[in-house]
Design a binder for this molecule. Sequence first.
Ligand code: ADP
Ligand code: ZN
Length: 624
Amino acid sequence: MEKNQQQFSLWYFIIAFFVLTVFQSLFFAPHVENLTYSDFKSLLRTAQIEEVTLGTQRISGSVSIKGLEKVLPPEKIKRLEKNLEKTDEGNPVHRFTTIRVDDPTLIQDLEKFNVRFAGQVESTWLSTLLSWVLPAIVFVGIWSIFMRRMGGASGVMEIGKNKAKVYIEKETGVTFDDVAGIDEAREELMEIVSFLKTPERYRRLGGNIPKGVLLVGAPGTGKTLLAKAVAGEAAVPFFSMSGSDFVEMFVGVGAARVRDLFARAQEKAPCIIFIDELDAMGKARSMSPMGGNDEREQTLNQLLVQMDGFDTNKGVIIMAATNRPEILDPALLRPGRFDRNVAIDRPDVKGREKILKVHTKGVTLSKDLDLTAIAAKTPGFVGADLANLINEAALLAARKEKDAVEMADFDAAIDRIIGGLEKKNRVINPQEKETVAYHEAGHALIAMFRKHADPVAKISIIPRGIAALGYTQQLPTEDRYLLKKTELLDRLDVLLGGRVAEEIIYNDISTGAQNDLQRATDLSRHMITQYGMSEQLGLVTFESPRSPSGFEMMSHSQKEYSEKTAQTIDEEIHVLLSQSHERVTKTLNKKKAVLEALKARLIEKEVVERLELEALIKEYDTAV
Ligand code: ADP
Ligand code: ZN
């Protein structure tokens, strides 16, 4: 619509131009005869010219009709006779024009033949049109092509308006039944659904409804799907837009879009606003190395203003998705903004099986097809990968003209998809999986067998993000502000547990332990230099606590001790670490049976929770 309008105005210019040109030639041309300069000169010399106006480029004037008869053919003269003018003396004359050429004797001739003459600066409407309007038209044309190329708004009239990249769905039609394998996240969002359904109930009780919910998870884990399901379950409209759509090249456009989105959503409340790729617009403001991006900052500020400005009681809930929460501007995560954080993990074996079930509903499967087996073969796959897998397998079966999709088709499709994913570093091979299982089992067992370590809540070997291949989650029993040396030593042991487990089993260590070692070194350095826990160095602190703001490199260089002390510190760190290493090796060697059992369980199930771990220890720990 807007595009048409703009094209229309362009046509308008062109048509007007042609109309004027035609008009000019129809009404003015017959009155004026174009003469060659030589004809003009000869008419001048034969005293037929009555008067002239000298322009810088043209000469115009009137010539007696008798004179014209000498230079023009008779039939033309007949036509011209209709448009004759009369001089003061009553002689019939005709207007003429000619191009002015460089002629030094012109003025002399004019004076000689007694012709009245005057000068004129030429600026006719036609030349104005040609010299100003035409270039303007060309400029506008080029500009609009350029704008369209940029893929953004395509003209003056659109800047600031929200191009319909907002997807509005009155009814998403997606329900929680369509989302499988991510039950924890689903449960957390149930509350939002019930709020959207019966806002009065919450309002009456004065409950605090979250404004913003941030879904954090790898691409394809079902964040968008889950947001749509919330809208679908609550039967409210779903407004969605991608964060990258807000970041435009023109300063102010993104901010205007944010304003517009919120205004539109508030009209339709209760509803859900979903912003995909929040990190594209919500990157921390100071993180840009070039010193700042005005446009993004304005857009982000506008988002913050809008989030603060509206009242949740109206029933607008903002959901956003990101796979990089760590780069978000902290302002986005403050209370009253995206203060609810829902983590969406990659699905485990059971979860993958459930997702496969959901997506194979409309697919004809052969009777002996075993979804459990497929789930076991696809570690690291996310929901989107599994949906893709089923599609590939169905296509392969169709190509072979089978009546149903068989296991062989799935195997072929798995190989194909894994090939693609391996390139993106997203799947781990069985050998790596075993290594990760031993490593995490090592951390977990040390945490369980050290009196002062935080108990284990969950162990997982599902890859997460880029760096971590697995993780062991410990839950502190209470918030701690003071830690004793024994507790810190136990922490050190837990950190080394993974690496030592790998050493014991393989006599070798992998690069996966690097982060652990870094943290262990940091911890022991703190113990020695800040908490005064070293026997040799005693009750001194050598470093002022580092500022948490990221200026660590600077404060690190302000050493307040000598080279010799530095050497002693390094030695002491070494002692702490090697003593810990020795203790952990001893423990794990004693608990090797449990280590093996836990590793096997991890490979089988990928996730082991606390209760299961405790049962496992009871069963296999013979060395008590
Ligand atoms: P994200 O937004 O996290 O990148 P999407 O929600 O766009 O992922 O997921 C893409 C597709 O993958 C979905 O449309 C759905 O078909 C499938 N999918 C992903 N996760 C799940 C899941 N947990 N259950 C069922 N299908 C899923
Ligand atoms: Zn580790």
